[in-house]
Design a protein around this ligand. Structure first.
Ligand SMILES: [Zn+2]
Length: 308
C-alpha cells in the first residue's frame, strides 16, 4: 500500500516537471527559439551605447534602449516599472518588467542583471547577462507560468550594488514591510567569456555565506540549475560561491539566490577592452539556452506547446 502511494506521488511530480531527468519537450522547443542573431545584434547595439557609467547620459540611453526592446517584444507599459535612485549627486534607474503567473501570481521568480558599466562599454560585464534576460523575456512573453516573473535590469552595480540595494530596500520592502514573496533570485553577471578561450563550462553560484538560514535552499536551487545547464545547453556546470553581484542585496534580506558567472574569467571587464570583438558570443548564446531552460523550470512554465 505504502509502495503504491509512493509510486503515485512520484508519477505526479514527474508529470509536473519537478526533478525532471530529461528535457521537457515544450521547454526544449522554447530553448530552441533562443536566437544567436538576436544576441549578436543586441550585444553590438549595447556596445554602441558607449560607457554606461551610472548617472551618465550613456547609462540613461542604455536604460531607454532596454525599455524600448521590451515594448517592441509586445510588453505593455503597465508591465514595466522604473525604480529611480540617487547615488550621491547622480541619478539613475532600475528597470523592472513583470509577467504575472497563473497559479501563484503573488510569488515571484526574479531574473536579474546589471546594465551599467565602467571604463568601457561592458559587453561582457554585463551586456551578456542583459541580452540573455531580454531574449528570455521575448520568448516567454505569452507562455503561461505558474509563478510570476520579474525581469530586472539594475544600474549602479559597479559602485557597490547600489541599484539592487535600493530596489530591495524601497520596492521589495516598504518601511521594512515586505511587499511581495520571492521564490528565487536568479542573477546573470559576466557570462560573455573572452574570445579565443575555450568556454565549455558555466559557474552556477551557490550562497555559501552571509545569512546561513537561506544557504540550504540556495544549494538546492543551484543543484537544479546545474542540471538544467546540462539538459538544455551543450555546456558543463560547475559550482562557485555567490559573491560580488546584485543577488547579494537580496541575500542580505534572507532571499534564496543563485546565478551564472563565466567559468574561465576574462580580465577585460572594467577596461576599455570589454568590447564586442573580445566577447565569445557563442558562449553567451549557449548560456542563453541554459537560462531559458532553467527559468521555465523555476517559474513552472506551461508544458503544453503553444499553437502557432
Ligand atoms: Zn558585472
Amino acid at each position: 500500500m505504502i509502495k503504491k502511494i509512493h509510486s503515485l506521488l512520484l508519477f505526479s511530480f514527474t508529470a509536473a516537471g519537478f526533478h525532471a531527468q530529461n528535457a521537457v519537450p515544450a521547454y526544449q522547443s522554447r530553448v530552441d527559439m533562443v536566437s544567436e542573431k538576436n544576441i549578436v545584434n543586441n550585444l553590438k547595439e549595447f556596445e554602441g551605447l558607449g560607457i554606461k557609467t551610472t548617472g551618465s547620459k550613456e547609462n540613461n540611453n542604455a536604460f531607454n534602449w532596454i525599455k524600448n526592446k521590451y515594448l517592441s517584444y509586445g510588453f505593455t507599459e503597465d508591465q514595466i516599472s522604473e525604480d529611480p535612485f540617487k547615488m550621491g549627486k547622480v541619478e539613475s534607474k532600475n528597470l523592472i518588467i513583470t509577467k504575472k503567473g497563473t497559479v501563484q501570481p503573488d510569488k515571484y521568480i526574479i531574473i536579474c542583471g546589471h546594465f551599467d558599466s565602467i571604463n568601457g562599454p561592458g559587453v561582457n560585464d554585463n551586456g551578456s547577462g542583459t541580452t540573455i534576460i531580454m531574449e528570455a523575456a521575448r520568448i516567454l512573453k505569452d507562455v503561461p507560468t505558474d509563478y510570476s516573473i520579474k525581469f530586472i535590469h539594475f544600474s549602479g552595480e559597479e559602485q557597490g550594488l547600489k541599484g539592487s540595494k535600493h530596489y530591495v530596500d524601497n520596492v521589495v520592502y516598504k518601511d521594512n514591510v515586505r511587499q511581495f514573496d520571492i521564490k528565487l533570485v536568479f542573477n546573470l553577471d559576466q557570462v560573455g567569456g573572452k574570445k579565443g578561450l575555450f568556454h565549455d563550462t558555466v559557474y552556477c553560484d551557490e550562497d555559501q555565506g552571509g545569512s546561513s538560514k537561506n544557504n540550504k535552499a540556495s544549494t538546492d536551487a543551484t543543484k537544479e540549475l546545474m542540471k538544467y545547464v546540462t539538459l538544455y545547453s551543450p555546456l558543463k556546470a560547475a559550482v562557485d560561491p555567490a559573491e560580488d553581484t546584485d543577488y547579494i542585496s537580496f541575500e542580505k534580506k534572507g532571499e534564496v539566490i543563485t546565478g551564472f558567472f563565466e567559468y574561465l574569467r576574462s580580465e577585460l571587464p572594467h577596461t576599455p577592452d570589454d568590447t564586442f570583438a573580445n566577447t565569445d558570443t557563442r558562449y553567451v548564446f549557449n548560456i542563453g539556452k541554459a537560462t531559458l531552460g532553467a527559468l521555465q523550470h523555476f517559474a513552472q512554465a506551461s508544458v503544453v506547446n503553444e499553437k502557432k
